[in-house]
Design a protein around this ligand. Structure first.
Ligand code: URA
Length: 201
């Protein structure tokens, strides 16, 4: 896709999210002066990270992973020599759920088509999911339902999308960095799992 077209299409997604009045999270966004968080990073990224949903810092600024979990994500990227601006970072749910609760199925349903479009536009070679919600959605989307297991069993593993779907994409499920903020063992696991990204830089 041409440069201008990619930027234009990603802007279109951002604008649609701004006006997503039928979202169950729209009223909460407005009451709090929050923004939707579309995504950030290189429009030509080889690697796309997909988290869960914006937290308070993200909803206040409209930027993904800019709070405590984002700081850890930055450290993890640095540990494998990847610059944040080289990758694309987004979430499955684009508005902040109240009290950072887990996203509801109907929230995933309304926001996932935006994620699908971002994947289609950017065409990453690798999708690294952060946490179980994006892991489940992405593995199912790319024909890997039979490989789905609890994240404790498949984190850090490298999966190839089902070739029957035509698109060749690598999927690496990772723990969510927020889970590792106060858990040194999980942080070490994440540092180890991030090494799987080395071959795709
Ligand atoms: N947690 C997420 O899943 N996404 C963000 O953008 C920030 C925290």
């Amino acid at each position: 896709m041409e440069t201008d077209k990619i930027t234009e299409q990603l802007k279109q997604i951002r604008d649609e999210l701004l006006n997503l009045t039928n979202s169950p999270l729209y009223a909460y966004r407005k009451e709090n002066g929050y923004f939707p968080v579309s995504g950030q990073g290189s429009h030509y990224a080889h690697i796309m990270f997909i988290g869960e949903a914006p937290g308070r810092n993200e909803a206040k600024t409209g930027r993904p992973f800019c709070g405590a979990a984002g700081k850890l994500l930055d450290q993890l990227l640095e540990s494998v020599g990847i610059k944040r601006e080289e990758v694309y970072i987004t979430n499955i749910v684009k508005d902040r759920p109240p009290q950072n609760r887990d996203p509801l199925p109907e929230e995933i349903e309304i926001y996932a088509p935006f994620l699908d479009r971002q994947i289609h536009i950017i065409q990453p070679k690798v999708i690294a999911t952060l946490g179980r919600f994006s892991m489940e959605y992405i593995m199912k989307k790319f024909g890997l339902t039979s490989e789905l297991k609890p994240i404790s069993q498949i984190h850090g593993k490298v999966f190839k999308s089902n070739p029957l779907l035509g698109q060749s994409i690598t999927i690496i499920p990772l723990y969510h960095p927020a889970a590792a903020i106060y858990n040194q063992h999980l942080k070490e696991t994440l540092l180890e799992d991030f090494k799987a990204l080395n071959q795709f830089k």
